[in-house]
Ligand binder design. Structure first.
Ligand code: UD1
Length: 458
C-alpha cells in the first residue's frame, strides 16, 4: 500500500476528509458504541471455522501515540486498532494536550504535537485508562513539567506507579503528590541515569525509556521489561531518531538526543488478541486461520496449547489453529513477565481449561487480584478452587449459559469464550471493558460461525 503523505491538511483535528486511502473516522470521543447495546448474548455450541484478522496491538498502539508527544513533527502509525475504546480515550487525552490526532478507518493514525497546549492531564480523562500515565515521561522530557492525575483502568490490584516515579527521580525530576495528582518538574531537563528496577514493570520501562530519549547523556535501564510491545515502541522511537540499544533484553541503553523527528512505523499485531482466539478454538473446537499475526511472541502460550492437544502452525503472515473433537488435557501454567506466560491471557486460558480432561493449575504472579472471573465461570458450572494466587480448574462435562458480568478487560472476554460452549444462552453484561480492548469482537466471532450479538443490558 502506498502510504499517504502526511500533510497539515490531513492532520486536521476537525476535518473529516479522505485522501483516497481511508476515511478519517474519528478525531476524539471515546464513547464508541451506542450505550443501550451494552451486553453480549452468546448461544453456545458452534464449532469455529473460518478466518479472523488480527488487529494491531493495543498495548503497543497506546505507547506509540504517547511517543508522538516527544516531537513537534508529524508522526504516522499504520496497523493501529483505531476503533478501540482505549485508543479513542488516548486520542481524547492527547487532543486535550494540544496534539492533532486523526484516526483513519484503514488503521492509520496521524499524530502531530506541533505545540503542547497544557502539561496537565486531568482526572476526567486519565481515570478511564491506566495507560494515560504514559504521557508523563514524554511531557516531562519535552516540556520539563507534567501534572498527571493518578490513573484508573482495570480493577486488577492496586497497581501503583512508584517505579515510574523512581525512574524520573533518578533522572533529576522533582516529584510531588498533591490532590490526587503527580506533579513532576525538571526545569533544567532530565539527566541520564542508571536505573535498576526492583521488579519488572512494562509501563515503567516504557515511560522512562521515552523520557530518556530526550535526556542529557546516557540512561541504562536494568531489570527492564522485554515485552514485544516495548521492542516495537523502541523501534518506533529509533525511527524518530532516538538512540536505543538492548531492546528485548533486560538491559536497555538510551543515549539522549536533542530532538526527535517525524517517522512512519507499523504497529505489531496484537499477541493477546491472537492468543485469545487460540483459546477460543481450544475451547469451542474447530479450525481458524488467524490472519496478519505471528507465533514467535506467543511461545509461552503455544507450548501449553500444543501440550494440551491443539495444532498451531505459522503459515506466512497467518497462523492456523485447530482442535479436533476430543477435549484438551489439563495443563499447569504460571503467569510471569515476558517471555513467561502473559497475565493478559490467564483468564482466557482458564476459561479454556474449564472443560479439560483432568485438571490444570494456574498461578498468577503479576497481579494480586486477577481471579475475578472465577466466581462468574463457576456460575456457569465450572469447577474452580482458588487458594492464594493459584487456581485449580477441574474439567467439567458441560458449562451452562448464565447472566454474568466482569470488571476487567480480559475477564470479560474469558466469559465470552465460556459462552461459546455453554448450553443455552449466556449474557455478558457491562461489555464496556471489552470494547476498550477487542476490535470488532462480535463481527470477528460471527465470521467464524459463533452465535453472538450485542443486546441491551436487562
Ligand atoms: C501492562 C499492560 C497490561 C499487562 C501488564 C503486565 C498496557 C497498557 N498494559 O500494564 O495489559 O497486564 O503490562 O503484562 O500495556 N507495579 C508497581 N509499581 C509500578 C508499576 C507496576 O508495583 O510503578 C506492579 C503492578 O501493580 C503489577 C506489576 O508491577 O503488579 C506489573 O505491572 P506493569 O508491568 O507495570 O503493568 P502495566 O504497565 O500497568
Amino acid at each position: 500500500m502506498n502510504q499517504p503523505k502526511i500533510t497539515e491538511e490531513i492532520i486536521s483535528a476537525n476535518a473529516k476528509q479522505t485522501d483516497g486511502q481511508g476515511q478519517v473516522i474519528e478525531i476524539i470521543h471515546s464513547d464508541v458504541k451506542p450505550s443501550h447495546l451494552n451486553a453480549l448474548r452468546v448461544r453456545g455450541g458452534n464449532r469455529l471455522k473460518g478466518d479472523i484478522k488480527i488487529s494491531g496491538a493495543k498495548n503497543a498502539a497506546l505507547k506509540h501515540m504517547c511517543a508522538a508527544l516527544l516531537t513537534d513533527q508529524p508522526v504516522q502509525f499504520t496497523n493501529m486498532p483505531v476503533t478501540l475504546g482505549d485508543v479513542r480515550t488516548m486520542a481524547e487525552l492527547l487532543d486535550y494536550l494540544g496534539m492533532t490526532v486523526a484516526l483513519r478507518s484503514d488503521g492509520v493514525a496521524m499524530l502531530h504535537a506541533k505545540e503542547i497546549k497544557t502539561t496537565i492531564a486531568p482526572y476526567d480523562l486519565v481515570r478511564k485508562m491506566r495507560a494515560s500515565v504514559l504521557v508523563l515521561g514524554p511531557l516531562l522530557a519535552r516540556c520539563g513539567q507534567a501534572d498527571i492525575s493518578m490513573p484508573g483502568g482495570c480493577a486488577i490490584g492496586t497497581r501503583p506507579i512508584d517505579l515510574h516515579l523512581m525512574g524520573f527521580k533518578a533522572m533529576g525530576a522533582e516529584i510531588e503528590l498533591d490532590g490526587g495528582y503527580v506533579k513532576a518538574r525538571a526545569p533544567k531537563g532530565l539527566k541520564g541515569a542508571h536505573i535498576t528496577f526492583p521488579f519488572v514493570s512494562v509501563g515503567a520501562t516504557e515511560n522512562v525509556m521515552m523520557a530518556a530519549t530526550l535526556a542529557e547523556g546516557i540512561t541504562v535501564l536494568s531489570n527492564a521489561a522485554r515485552e514485544p510491545e516495548i521492542v516495537d515502541q523502541g523501534n518506533a522511537l529509533i525511527a524518530m531518531g532516538a538512540k536505543i540499544e538492548g531492546l528485548g533484553t533486560s538491559e536497555i541503553r538510551i543515549e539522549g538526543v536533542s530532538s526527535l523527528n517525524g517517522a512512519t512505523h507499523a504497529c505489531i499485531p496484537d499477541r493477546i488478541e491472537t492468543g485469545t482466539y487460540m483459546c477460543a478454538v481450544g475451547l469451542a473446537g474447530g479450525e481458524v486461520r488467524l490472519k496478519n499475526t505471528r507465533t514467535d511472541f506467543l511461545a509461552s502460550l503455544i507450548g501449553p496449547l500444543i501440550g494440551a492437544g491443539m495444532e498451531i502452525k505459522q503459515d506466512g503472515n497467518d497462523v492456523f489453529v485447530h482442535r479436533n473433537g476430543s477435549h484438551l488435557k489439563g495443563i499447569d501454567i504460571m503467569t510471569e513477565p515476558y517471555p513467561g506466560f502473559a497475565t493478559d491471557l490467564q483468564a482466557q486460558f482458564m476459561a479454556m481449561m474449564t472443560m479439560c480432561k483432568g485438571a490444570g493449575m494456574i498461578t498468577e504472579t503479576v497481579f494480586e487480584n486477577r481471579f475475578m472471573h472465577v466466581p462468574e465461570l463457576c456460575r456457569m458450572g465450572a469447577d474452580i478452587t482458588v487458594q492464594g494466587n493459584s487456581a485449580i480448574i477441574r474439567g467439567v462435562e458441560k458449562l451452562k449459559g448464565a447472566e454474568v458480568m466482569a470488571t476487567d478487560l480480559r475477564a470479560s472476554v474469558a466469559l465470552v469464550l465460556a459462552g461459546l460452549v455453554a448450553e443455552g444462552e449466556t449474557v455478558v453484561n457491562r461489555i464496556y471493558h471489552l470494547d476498550r480492548g477487542y476490535e470488532n469482537i462480535v463481527e470477528k466471532l460471527t465470521g467464524v460461525g459463533a452465535d453472538i450479538e450485542r443486546v441491551s443490558e436487562r
